[in-house]
Design a protein around this ligand. Structure first.
Ligand code: BT5
Length: 258
């Protein structure tokens, strides 16, 4: 147990910290439960993708949250964890990762961490009107990710070998501040501004793979619901879910992989 109102369970080996905590949520476990593992056998990304990490190379953690969420604000939970991760890295490594919509932390365009949020509106427990949401984060400490995915590690980017438990402690301290912000309208506006200011995606030309096809245009903003607003010709397209597969500043003539 560390401070900040979180209760931490540690595992040498687990299938997935997200899967584990979702099971605990369905058993009625309280918000604030954290699972952290040295190694996952079935680490997950979005859309059934894999999150890979050799044993001991990464922060692999999930947090069960049971917040009263105003309609359309659930993306702020993902943002709160991502921003907390970035702030914790800045404190320990002296450099601040940017956020890449919708759920990556990047340094110099390379992915150093990914966030996965999963909700179960039927899970018992929690106060009236609260939803069980498990937010997981995988952050590369010493391994830059699998070949060919354009990843990096904190070690490669900053030269610092970050202690996993210290990083988790910093992240949870930052998160508890942001959970307080989530609980008021003014705080949510502050969080949204922080998100907008941290998103390296905004202002760049993006190609986004969406379920409905590829959208190419300039990323203009994030809607209050967390959707990416892309300017395509004279129109604005609001993207609910997708992968930014390609980003370049408008001033550059040639595309560059993000
Ligand atoms: C994510 O998904 O980026 C969310 C990753 C969340 C992982 C954490 S670990 C703790 C918790 N428990 C879990 O089971 N999951 C969470 P997505 O945007 O779908 O990105 C997945 C893609 O990132 C993969 O398809 C690979 O291309 C790439 N990838 C996999 N492992 C990586 C790594 N270590 N570093 C960089 N990229 C990676």
């Amino acid at each position: 147990m560390l401070g900040h109102g979180f209760h931490i369970e540690r595992f040498d080996l687990i299938d997935s910290t997200n899967t584990y905590l979702m099971g605990k949520a369905r058993e009625g476990a309280p918000g604030g439960l954290v699972a952290v593992a040295d190694h996952q056998l079935a680490g997950r990304g979005r859309l059934d993708r894999r999150w890979e990490a050799p044993p001991g190379s990464s922060l692999l953690a999930s947090i069960l949250l049971r917040e009263h969420l105003e309609p359309g604000t659930s993306h702020l939970l993902t943002a709160a964890v991502a921003l907390s991760g970035a702030a914790a890295v800045e404190r320990l490594c002296g450099l601040r990762p940017g956020l890449k919509w919708p759920n990556d932390l990047v340094i110099g365009g390379a992915k150093v961490a990914g966030v996965l949020a999963e909700a179960d509106t039927c899970a018992p427990g929690g106060g009236p009107g609260t939803t069980a949401v498990v937010v997981g984060i995988g952050m590369n400490l010493t391994w830059p990710g699998p070949p060919g995915v354009g990843g990096t590690s904190l070690l490669a980017a900053s030269g610092v070998v970050v202690d996993r438990d210290l990083l988790l402690d910093e992240l949870l301290g930052e998160l508890s501040l942001r959970l307080d912000l989530l609980r008021t309208a003014v705080g949510r506006e502050t969080l949204t501004e922080d998100l907008r200011g941290s998103l390296v995606t905004l202002g760049t030309v993006v190609s986004v793979e969406t379920p409905g096809g590829t959208v190419v245009g300039r990323a203009r903003s994030i809607s209050t619901a967390g959707h990416l607003v892309v300017e395509v010709g004279d129109d604005e397209v609001e993207i609910v879910t997708g992968d930014v597969v390609h980003v370049r500043p408008a001033s550059e003539g040639q595309p560059g992989a993000d």
